[in-house]
Design a protein around this ligand. Structure first.
Ligand code: WTA
Length: 646
């Protein structure tokens, strides 16, 4: 336990939107009178039809139902674009920094409005209408934000698929939500390398058949094959459509987007977020957690393919009329100074990144940071996985020059926005703790039996009441939603995370307690990697666990049993890694593969992952009870042949 405390400076307490007494009072009100609190907060959004009802939610296992502002109507793109035109038409909305340091673009709110209107009309021209699902498989370019906002303008539901996913993963996601249109780009560009996005879409569609069309934005202007009648260049159509598209009035509970995420079992789930509650929550959290002030340059380094990109590159900042920086590249290209150089180039005030990036850059030493100024920085943020205190301290001391508070924000794809975080002008920070709940969020810690633990405690983290940004269902499978999140503990949302609460009431997230891995801040189900491995002709069985990894947080350790008569060679190991990359995508590459003649199973055939985890972690002395195994001898072989951590 690390008990160093970083108090709020006087300057921050005075200048921030919310100081400690205000936080305490607002928090109290938010949980005692959620209707009153959220009715007031929802005024930050422009409603086409004002709501008369605020909260209507139930976590009861036989009736999980979540509705916020249910009789209100609004349009997200009108909130993120149109309403800013009167005051800030010439202010930069999206500041784009290319992969290549010589490339950048500034898009003002006026230009954003023009682009989104035209993009929306192009979507209509392609036959898209309200309620349709549209898949977006794009690189980190402004057109991706235009596409998302255009969907919201016409009431179509977007499903953004991270550009690093394979054709197979993409095909599964297109099929699951029944998209008839995929928006993509010719190629992406990262660290100087081209990513064949359109070719991946072609491969995905070849698996699906049917009548899916594509709309292709040109990023590199590569010469790519276009299928007549199916594929259309965005630029060709954009020239032909009207400049104005009236925003569709959407009910607060109409679907806004689907985002696929990994769980402990089965295929990725389509997390469904709706319109009103999500936008209110993304907007409010972005404003208060980052203490966003008019004119600030705000940079979140996530990819829009993840929820962090949705809420804190696009919807939160743009609904607040902010300048949001969008970065196409990676932290180490062309050099390890890139992040800090971008901060100096664009005078970034607020910087939000992931612990895995901080750890990687920390390994490169202080010099690449210290040669830059970073004088514009005021606030730092962290998201995606627990941040180890050493990385926190380095971020604070070296990147922030001991001057910038750090908001360690805990949340999930399912939560829509940040749930546990310090507010920078209100809450003293402790390195490694996400600290205290945001307004309206009621966390609790439970033991294995579901008993709520009071005071200092460690157990599983649940949330006992709804907040506006909460997911509403799993697309097309409400039973799975109820089963996954509301069946483990009665009348509560189960987060899947372990958590500790200290004597100051601070929350310390300890990581996933289910079979979900967090590799470089990316969620990965062990079941997904296993099913990719067993799809290989030489593999008979596979079990995947996580192990501590210095940079990635968790690495992927795969135990693989080969078919009879197949030789376990290094070449095959490499082939299997390449296979998983092809099946799922590079983020799922196993770090270590151990060939195992047998896996530890109970007599009823259940794999004992606890033992596999211990071996992967190198904790042989502590394997626990192995007497229930069908064949205890397999454990000796596993221990003897454990792969070394890289
Ligand atoms: C983990 C990302 C500790 C956690 C926004 C959660 C964190 C999962 C933090 C969700 C944090 C995210 N401290 N752990 N500040 N932020 N996590 O859906 O295990 O990609 O359940 O959402 O990341 O990952 P997801």
């Amino acid at each position: 336990m690390h008990d160093k405390i970083y108090p709020v400076s006087d300057d921050w307490a005075k200048s921030a939107q919310i100081d400690e007494p205000t936080y305490r009072a607002m928090y109290q009100r938010s949980v005692e009178d959620p209707d009153g609190f959220w009715a007031e907060q929802a005024k930050r959004i422009d409603w086409i039809t004002p709501f008369t009802k605020v909260k209507n939610t139930s976590f009861a296992p036989d009736n999980v139902s979540i509705k916020w502002f249910e009789d209100g109507a609004l349009n997200v793109s009108a909130n993120c674009v149109d309403r800013h035109l009167a005051k800030r038409a010439e202010q930069v909305a999206i500041l784009w920094e290319g992969d290549n340091p010589t490339e950048s673009r500034s898009i003002t709110y006026r230009e954003l409005s023009e682009q989104v209107n035209v993009f929306a009309n192009v979507l209509k021209e392609m036959g898209a209408k309200k309620g349709d699902r549209i898949t977006i498989y794009m690189p980190m370019i402004p057109e991706t934000a235009f596409a998302m906002l255009a969907c919201t303008r016409i009431g179509a539901v977007h499903s953004v698929v991270f550009g690093g996913f394979s054709p197979d993963s993409l095909a599964g996601r297109i099929e699951d939500c029944g998209s008839k249109l995929v928006i993509t780009a010719d190629e992406g560009l990262r660290a100087g390398k081209k990513i064949p996005l359109k070719a991946n879409v072609d491969a995905a569609l070849a698996k699906l058949g049917g009548d899916v069309k594509t709309l292709v934005v040109q990023r590199t202007f590569a010469d790519i094959p276009m299928q007549n009648g199916r594929d259309v260049f965005y630029n060709d159509l954009a020239k032909t459509v009207s400049q104005h598209c009236e925003p569709e009035a959407m009910n607060a509970e109409d679907p806004l987007f689907i985002l696929y995420t990994s769980g402990s079992t089965g295929k990725p789930k389509g997390v469904l977020h709706t319109t009103g509650g999500y936008l209110v929550y993304a907007s409010l959290t972005h404003s208060k957690v980052f203490d966003y002030r008019d004119g600030d340059i705000y940079w979140c380094t996530a990819d829009v393919g993840w929820v962090t990109g949705h809420s804190y590159i696009v919807y939160g900042p743009l609904s607040n009329g902010a300048t949001t920086l969008m970065f196409e590249g990676v932290p180490s290209y062309p050099t390890n100074s890139r992040f800090w150089e971008v901060i100096d180039k664009h005078k970034v005030n607020i910087f939000y990144t992931a612990p895995t990036a901080i750890r990687a850059l920390m390994q490169a030493g202080d010099e690449p940071v210290k040669k830059t100024s970073r004088a514009s920085l005021r606030l730092l943020g962290s998201v995606g996985e627990p941040i180890n205190p050493e990385a926190w301290e380095w971020y604070h001391r070296v990147v922030g020059d001991d001057r910038c508070p750090i908001v360690d924000t805990w949340w999930q794809t399912e939560t829509g926005g940040i749930l546990i975080t310090p507010l920078p002008g209100a809450i003293a920070q402790k390195p490694g703790s996400a600290t205290l709940p945001f307004f309206g969020v009621q966390p609790a810690i439970v033991d294995g039996e579901g008993k709520v633990l009071e005071g200092v405690a460690e157990g599983n983290l649940i949330i006992t009441d709804s907040w506006p940004g909460q997911m509403r269902t799993v697309y097309g499978d409400h039973d799975r939603f109820v089963q996954t999140y509301f069946s483990t503990y009665k009348n509560a949302y189960f987060t899947g995370d372990g958590c500790r609460r200290d004597a100051d009431g601070y929350y310390w997230i300890t990581g996933r307690v289910d079979d979900v891995l967090n590799v470089s801040g990316h969620r990965m189900g062990t079941a997904e990697v296993e099913s990719a491995l067993v799809a290989h002709e030489h593999v008979s069985e596979a079990a995947v666990v996580g192990y501590p990894h210095d940079i990635k947080g968790q690495g992927i350790y795969a135990y693989v049993t080969l078919m009879a008569a197949v030789e376990p060679t290094d070449a095959l190991r490499k082939e299997l890694v390449a296979w998983v990359r092809m099946e799922i995508g590079p983020i799922a590459s196993p770090d270590l593969i151990q060939f195992a003649p047998g896996l530890p199973k109970t007599r009823s055939g259940k794999i004992m992952r606890r033992i596999l985890r211990k071996i992967a972690e190198g904790e042989f002395g502590n394997l626990g009870d192995t007497s229930t195994l069908a064949d205890p001898a397999v454990v000796d072989d596993l221990v003897a042949n454990r792969q070394n951590k890289r």
